[in-house]
Design a protein around this ligand. Structure first.
Ligand code: HMG
Ligand code: MG
Length: 300
């Protein structure tokens, strides 16, 4: 018998991971309106933007304005990505609940994405984590290219564990393991999680699957089997890292919620409101969303 949890936490990353990868910049008021719709859909966590360099990710240059204009739902943690102290200072000028630091298990993706070697990144993130915690914020740590790098190919699991250990030592509250370019297969996830859980006693691990090759839901199932109950996803299946060649859509939230609800696993998310919010961003971007749920919606 498949062992399933009663409940799963879904962390919505669409306003950040989704919109950072769109060639078309979404007007700030549409972002605010979209996030407000998401806030009504039953999530407990929304990553609303990032405080990175506006030249690197121009799509999210309005993070501050978004943060100060969205209607806060007290039951929701509103989080943003920060790469360094400059980003943290900007984030702390808003009342962000949580900040997310990020780095890659692969040297070349780390360099392309944040312009530093892995060794150079550690002290930068350590200071961010310390300062953020001192300011009373929780901190999430992302490790990217866990299952493969667009520049280096396969990444040894020891390297993923090493980077994760450094992040845990900094004091992060949650570790999110990213399949940045959507190459992971279920057997690989099974093997990697076996090793990671054996070597890290830390329990607060989330999985962040991109669905580039259609394997994200299968990878979720394997992760559930390992006791993982937190998943990142993006409404409509939007998303990707512009500094990871070949990266595309995150696992679509509505497909994930649909699968979980069909299996009797609760998420707290209202599927109807989710489809409404997906339709809104589909109209704003003026392109059909790739999720299965939205394909059915369009055929009605
Ligand atoms: P850099 O050029 O090396 O920065 O970029 P620097 O520290 O050398 O500073 C250069 C200039 O940038 C200075 O200005 C700084 O003040 C300014 P100047 O003195 O020349 O006028 N600067 C900033 N300005 C605004 N905000 C900041 C900031 N920092 C420095 N935060 C940097 C380094 C990290 C800033 C850059 O590489 C960057 O912004 N990268 C972001 C890339 C990114 O956002 N990628 C996507 C997110 S990661 C992802 O998608 C993966 C994930 O989803 C998980 C998965 O899927 O695996 C999380
Ligand atoms: Mg991502």
């Amino acid at each position: 018998m498949l062992e399933l949890p009663e409940e799963v936490t879904i962390k919505e990353v669409g306003p950040r991971d989704g919109l950072q990868n769109e060639s078309r910049e979404v007007p700030t008021e549409d972002k605010i309106s979209w996030i407000n719709q998401l806030s009504e859909a039953g999530y407990s966590y929304i990553e609303f933007s990032s405080f990175v360099h506006p030249k690197w990710i121009p799509q999210l240059k309005d993070a501050k304005q978004v943060a100060s204009s969205i209607e806060r739902n007290p039951g929701i943690t509103y989080a943003a990505l920060v790469p360094n102290m400059k980003g943290l200072e900007a984030a702390l000028e808003t009342d962000v609940d949580e900040v997310s630091v990020f780095m890659s298990a692969s040297e070349s993706h780390n360099k392309k994405n944040i312009n530093k070697s892995i060794e150079e990144t550690y002290p930068v993130l350590r200071e961010v984590v310390q300062e953020a915690k001192g300011a009373g914020k929780t901190v999430r740590g992302y490790v990217s290219t866990v299952f493969g790098c667009p520049y280096e190919g396969n990444i040894p699991i020891g390297q993923v564990i090493d980077v994760s250990k450094h992040m845990l030592d900094m004091g992060i509250d949650e570790l999110s393991l990213g399949d940045t370019i959507g190459v992971a297969n279920p057997k690989q996830v099974d093997k990697a999680l076996h090793e990671i859980q054996k070597q890290l006693s830390f329990k607060d691990i989330a999985m962040h699957f991109h669905n580039t090759r259609g394997m994200a839901l299968a990878n979720v199932l394997v992760s559930l089997n390992h006791g993982i109950t937190t998943f990142d996803s993006s409404l409509g299946g939007l998303g990707g890292c512009p500094y990871a060649k070949g990266a595309s859509g995150n696992l679509a939230t509505e497909d994930l919620v649909h699968m979980l609800h069909q299996m009797g696993v609760s998420t707290g998310i209202d599927e109807h409101k989710l489809r409404q919010a997906a339709s809104f961003i589909q109209d704003t971007l003026n392109k059909p969303l790739s999720s299965h749920v939205m394909q059915i919606e369009r055929s009605r």
